[in-house]
Design a protein around this ligand. Sequence first.
Ligand code: SAM
Ligand code: SF4
Length: 466
Amino acid sequence: MNGSRKQLYVKSFGCQMNVYDSRRMADTLAPEGYSETLSPEDADLVILNTCHIRDKAAEKVYSELGRVRRLKQAAAARGRRVVVAVAGCVAQAEGEEIIRRQPAVDVVVGPQSYHRLPKLLEEAARDGKAIDTEFPVDDKFDHLAAPSAAAIRARGASAFVTVQEGCDKFCTFCVVPYTRGTEISRPVRKIVDEVEHLAAAGVREISLIGQNVNAYHGEALDRRPWSLAQLLRRIAEIGGIDRLRYTTSHPCDMSEDLIAAHGDLPELMPQLHLPVQSGSDRVLAAMNRRHSRADYLDIVRRLRAVRPDLALTSDFIVGFPGETASDFDATLDLIEQVGFCGAFSFKYSPRPGTPGAEMADQIDEDIKSERLQRLQAAIERHQAAFNRSCLHRRVDVLFERPGRHPGQLVGRSPYLQPVQATAPATLIGEIAAVTIVEIGSNSLFGTLASQTPACAQARDFLATGA
Ligand code: SAM
Ligand code: SF4
């Protein structure tokens, strides 16, 4: 370890991949003497792990950097040096430009170079600034330090594991293929080792993540590429791992064996995030999504045939160039047909360097806002109906942390809904059956099933036939 302990503050913007990457950066800096702090004022090193997916996401980074600059100046006035690093996709896309716009930044590091952070910090201390936005040939995962058992426990019983990075799909709206590079899959052995390490420290739920996770084709011990379904089946064998999820998937990579896994792998949770973006074939083609509305509906039908209680969530973009009122109606109609239990929805944001940004017929912001509102209202209606269908049902909850009120715990249902219940703290990190007794606006409320009054149990029995 180098010298005395220093404080590290990491702020993640954007997707779960960034949350995972932020944790791996903190793990890599721990042997260098850094402990994580939740308050930027105490930090010796501030890392902003950034997102470039939409214009607003990138602009947020610059306003956050303004605040960090003031912190850095205040610390300097007291004789303390604060180092500022920008990581992630804005770092990759803008490189040196970040330092030109905000000279308080000392280090710029792209998503494939996190393992070089200790070296970059040394370089910045010596030369003033350090930039690394290469796509190196060596695998960063071979160099990133594993988290300690204490760090794993502090992060809770549910963990992300990156299995795949980058994307070769080139949807015409998206910067990911440019910022995260070409698609690569981690070898099976390394993923299994990482999950075993997490399971040994008490992790019960694993979410396999990747920009295009179901395109996974990592090398197995027999040197053949394994599909995501094969990987999921192997991970399900690891003792202690009771729940599996994966995100984010592309409809074109929903292979037969992956659909089958939803039917016969009990650890695979009955919730799937499957972005569709639009319900109009014309818009899907302009987006280069490589599938039609009918293809998507067929995948949903096949998934529900093997797993009737599967709940689907999705991503939508409204106001893609050329989207007409009837294209948008087709999206609303798809929502009615599928009945998503939740979704992320966005106004189209032209990203420099992507084909969409150059297209004619860009849509007015007012129209985008109006469509977004209507789409979100439709999704909320379906989400509320789905939540209501859980009333009086018994669901397994993985308890994550204490709730807001004394004696209460918060956890997640198999469908990823937050559930609050009165339960002993010893259940944190455990899965327990809960009967849902009330539906709130953001969470469900329940009682431990063993404490459920007999009348509610009878009602439960009648409702589910179980
Ligand atoms: N790989 C995933 C897929 O194929 O759907 C999604 C990855 S992307 C990080 C997450 C979501 O951001 C996308 O599904 C899309 O809805 C949204 N998004 C990406 N680029 C966008 C843009 N230029 N404007 C608005 N939303 C965008
Ligand atoms: Fe972006 Fe996903 Fe399309 Fe890849 S598949 S370009 S990550 S939206």
